[in-house]
Design a binder for this molecule. Structure first.
Ligand code: GLN
Length: 456
């Protein structure tokens, strides 16, 4: 804990931790010490971790990297972070992210972006750690903590994991409780661990998940021993390679990474099968209807009354002006864009044309996966991202669509509610990490992590 606290102090330039909690960390480390002395050593006992700013942590600022939640200190603890405490983990502080988890580069954070500890060759230009869990990725990659929580609505665990050379798993929807996590798109959001390697991910996931009566979508299923599933034995398993993920203009390096990963699984005794997920090309447009629709509804609660920021009002301003000014000041551009798209696709005249259609497409995407799993496929291998980490500022704010394209390989998994893991498997020619994604059957995170274990 002390080593991590001083590493964090020395790594201010990464802007990964946005609130440090050294007193809490020292208290919990001392408590962990006592537990170990008492012969009790739960899975995460004494392990220093960082918590994404999207998780409510009692008495500690929890702002979802938004100005609208400035000064908000919840009186309650999210279920996931509480479970980590119960398992003995030591919280070092809160981690940077895109505002309300909307983004793929960390550049929408009210704290300014976190920075990727990796550099392109000898070039000093700062790169994005990805988003939205960019602070989590940067902190783990730079050894500021041993693990971090992330959340993934459309790729926000897997893309930053791939950009920083770490492992990140989005479990099956319902595996981790969403209670106390600031909601973005409730039918897609899932928490998961971001760690140095697959074994750590298995241990941390085990501590984070489980049934929670406070979240009606939380699954009432036993939590298997994910670590015990890491045997490295995948003989006879069928790995699907979906042809629709071979996109036009895919960089050679990503093609090669994918081929190398396929070869590794084959060498380990798996059978490689070409598969089709025919509705893949509609996933990104469906996601960028469903996610903003749910976000616009979830974000309606930030009204200047209940939480955080309230705008200063002028003479004659009434409640409407109070809402308008508060929301205009408190939300950044990307969040405002999502609220506008969301309210538009949900509005009476356009609901059927956009929102309902996107829901139908979502059902087809889910069915694509069910079909291949019913055919005996155990896991699906794809690239995690279409490129390595890009430079900060390289994706102009003027073109949000270019940023949205980053999620092309990851959003299908959220739409279908499946578990997906990103695992670092290579470097590009400038020495930047690249990751592959494995997609698994629902509730089979252990088997999924075992495939990832073979790749790392
Ligand atoms: N980049 C995607 C978005 O901006 C995913 C975000 C996420 O998974 N939280 O919506």
């Amino acid at each position: 804990t002390e080593a991590c606290l001083s590493a964090i102090d020395g790594a201010g330039a990464l802007n990964a931790f946005v609130h440090k909690t050294p007193e809490i960390a020292r208290d919990r480390a001392a408590a962990a010490d006592q537990r170990i002395k008492a012969g009790e050593a739960p899975a995460m006992c004494g392990i220093p971790v960082g918590i994404k700013d999207l998780f409510c942590t009692r008495g500690v600022p929890s702002q979802a990297a938004s100005n609208i939640l400035k000064g908000f200190k919840p009186e309650y603890e999210s279920t996931v972070s509480q479970q980590l405490v119960d398992a003995g983990a030591v919280m070092l502080g809160k981690l940077n992210m895109d505002e309300f988890a909307m983004g793929s580069s960390n550049e929408t954070s009210c704290y300014g972006n976190a920075v990727n500890p990796w550099r392109r060759g000898n070039d000093d230009a700062a790169l994005t750690p990805g988003g939205s869990s960019g602070g989590s990725a940067s902190a783990v990659a730079a050894d500021l903590c041993l693990g971090a929580t992330g959340t993934d609505t459309g790729g926000s665990i897997r893309q930053p994991a791939a950009f920083t050379g770490i492992t990140g798993i989005k479990p099956t929807y319902g595996r981790c409780s969403r209670w106390g996590i600031v909601a973005f798109a409730s039918s897609l959001d899932q928490a998961g661990p971001m760690t140095k390697d697959v074994r750590d991910a298995a241990i941390m996931l085990g501590a984070m998940c489980g049934h929670d009566p406070k979240d009606s979508t939380s699954a009432d299923l036993p939590v298997p021993d994910f670590e015990a599933a890491l045997t490295g034995d995948i003989r006879g398993k069928k790995i699907g390679i979906p042809r629709e993920y071979r996109m036009d203009g895919m960089p050679d390096e990503i093609e090669k990474l994918w081929a190398d990963g396929t070869a590794m699984l084959k060498d380990a005794g798996a059978e490689i099968v070409d598969i089709s997920l025919p509705h893949t090309k509609y996933a990104l447009p469906a996601y960028y209807v469903v996610a903003p629709a749910e976000a616009s509804s979830n974000l309606a609660r930030y009204d200047g009354v209940r939480y955080g920021h309230r705008a200063k009002l002028g003479q004659g301003d009434g409640i409407t002006e109070m809402y308008e000014k508060t929301r205009a000041e408190g939300f950044g551009h990307e969040v405002q864009r999502r609220v506008m798209i969301g309210t538009y696709v949900l509005s009476a005249g356009f609901y059927d044309a956009y929102y309902n259609r996107a829901r139908k497409v979502r059902a087809l995407i889910k069915r694509d996966f069910e079909t291949v799993f019913a055919d005996g496929i155990d896991a699906i291998l794809t690239p995690a991202t279409p490129s390595a980490a890009f430079g900060l500022g390289e994706m102009a704010e003027a073109d949000p669509i270019a940023m949205y394209l980053n999620d092309v390989f990851t959003v299908t998994v959220n739409l279908a509610g499946l578990p997906g893991v990103a695992v670092p498997t290579g470097l590009d020619r400038q020495g930047l990490p690249l990751g592959l994604q494995l997609i698994g059957r629902p509730w089979e995170e252990g088997a999924l992590l075992n495939h990832a274990y073979v790749l790392e």
